[in-house]
Ligand binder design. Structure first.
Ligand SMILES: NC(=O)c1ccc[n+]([C@@H]2O[C@H](COP(=O)([O-])OP(=O)(O)OC[C@H]3O[C@@H](n4cnc5c(N)ncnc54)[C@H](OP(=O)(O)O)[C@@H]3O)[C@@H](O)[C@H]2O)c1
Length: 245
């Protein structure tokens, strides 16, 4: 990356959801290092403040808003506080692996509410402000599960297929307003997201994995690549896979 690239991002502000942990945290630290100001959100206020403090130590301006994205009142408040952002990174997500006949309705509902409905509501609200300004960049962190369905991951895959459709649909409807849309679809990443998957068959199959997952930093690097493109060039999809998975 050269000085022109960095200068392209300086002075911009990005809203990152799910910034308290994992991929979102890596994205926050990576964008802060590029001089991008941040609005960070997640439910865990303490973890969020710790990430913000790390970002601020390099001089980045950070606004934190802790809350639950499945609460429509919070999404409304967040979209008002973050109405000025040039970049939205839809990263927050949950994952529970379980066999289709055993996964509970509550687990399905939580994945759809977080991964699909909340992302749609927030994107619509933020995109409305971008449309008024005639510029902006929407990023969706989907998954390899946006195109494939793995055993025990059927509901999660359904949510990520939906999120990928949103990426395509927002691009279609908003390109005339000069809004870019990027989808980043990583394979397995080394975060805590699988901790809620306690079904014995799932635990066994995860333990049998023989390849090294991606690091959250590698997803953050892909995000940076997408954001650094020239104004007339759009990175529409980055699929990242563990090399030997
Ligand atoms: N890890 C992987 O293998 C992998 C692979 C491909 C794609 N992805 C996707 O990457 C994204 C980030 O995953 P990760 O692996 O970094 O997971 P993670 O470490 O578990 O982090 C998930 C983040 O989402 C936030 N979040 C979850 N539910 C929320 C809610 N209802 N309201 C607000 N924030 C919420 C969490 O914050 P709080 O706990 O503070 O609320 C946390 O910051 C997800 O969309 C995931 O599907 C992950």
């Amino acid at each position: 990356m050269n000085a022109t690239h960095s200068a392209r991002l300086r002075g911009q502000t990005a809203l990152i959801t799910g910034a308290s942990a994992g991929i979102g945290k890596a994205c926050a630290l990576t964008l802060a290092a590029q001089g991008i100001d941040l609005v960070l959100t997640g439910r865990n206020a303490e973890a969020l403040e710790a990430v913000a403090a790390q970002c601020q130590s390099g001089g980045t301006k950070v606004l934190t808003l802790a809350g639950d994205l499945t609460d429509t009142g919070f999404v409304q408040r967040l979209s008002e506080e973050a109405s000025h952002v040039q970049v939205l990174v839809n990263n927050a997500g949950v994952l529970t692996y379980a066999p289709v006949l055993e996964i509970t309705t509550e687990q399905c509902a939580q994945m759809f509410a977080t991964n699909v409905v909340a992302a749609f509501d927030l994107t619509r609200a933020i995109a409305a402000h971008m449309v008024k300004r005639g510029s902006g960049h929407l990023v969706f962190i989907t998954s390899g599960a946006a195109r494939n369905v793995a055993q025990h991951g059927v509901v999660y895959a359904a949510t990520k297929h939906a999120l990928s459709a949103f990426a395509k649909g927002f691009r279609l409807e908003l390109k005339s307003h000069r809004i870019k849309v990027s989808e980043i679809a990583p394979g397995m990443v080394d975060t805590d997201i699988r901790q809620s998957s306690t079904h014995p068959d799932v635990v066994k199959s995860l333990a049998a994995r023989k390849f090294a997952p991606l690091r959250a930093q590698e997803v953050a690097d892909a995000l940076l690549y997408a954001l650094l493109q020239d104004s007339n060039s759009a990175t529409e999809l980055i699929e990242l896979r563990p090399a030997f998975g």
